[in-house]
Design a protein around this ligand. Sequence first.
Ligand code: AMP
Length: 187
Amino acid sequence: MTETPTEVRGDSGPATAQLVASRVLDVPDFPKPGIVFKDLMPLFADGAVFREVIDGIVEHHGRESFDVVVGIEARGFVVAAAIAYATGVGVVPVRKAGKLPRAAYAASYALEYGEATLEVHQDAFTAGHRVLVVDDVLATGGTAQATLDLVERAGGTVAGFSVLLELGFLNGRARLDPRPVHALLTV
Ligand code: AMP
């Protein structure tokens, strides 16, 4: 019996989606039973693929479309820092509660596994700055929604939101509507 190739899709086309798919490991029952953790460490560890993925995100939005990039703790930091370096913009971290040293806005939300609070420094953005927000995985969309709200509360304008991988069945994209979501791979 021949195996039918699994369909790979994403907002930057099948080739990029396939590239991401080739560097993701599924870890069943992590961090708790029933969750399949999407481990993107193999993608981060492959210099050529990582660069191609970063270039794909920049290309999708256009270098001139954002003034600063936000990364969501912790794996979003890896993506954000690379985009910032590649494009010459600065990076702003959105952190888990209690990590930022100065006055911060906070937003609490429910995760696919648990609850969390995210924070951003109140003076993180120049008013009207266009902010590209990035993370590794979009699951239920709670993390992204909280982050996009924080960006706006802190005076930024959301210019775009990208993830390497989206869990389509959790419908995080609908939760963020009408804000557009750019996912390199949707599973
Ligand atoms: P959510 O708020 O449900 O969209 O969850 C997204 C955040 O949790 C991202 O920062 C992801 O890094 C992490 N996350 C949630 N579910 C998974 C998963 N199945 N595999 C890897 N990371 C996940």
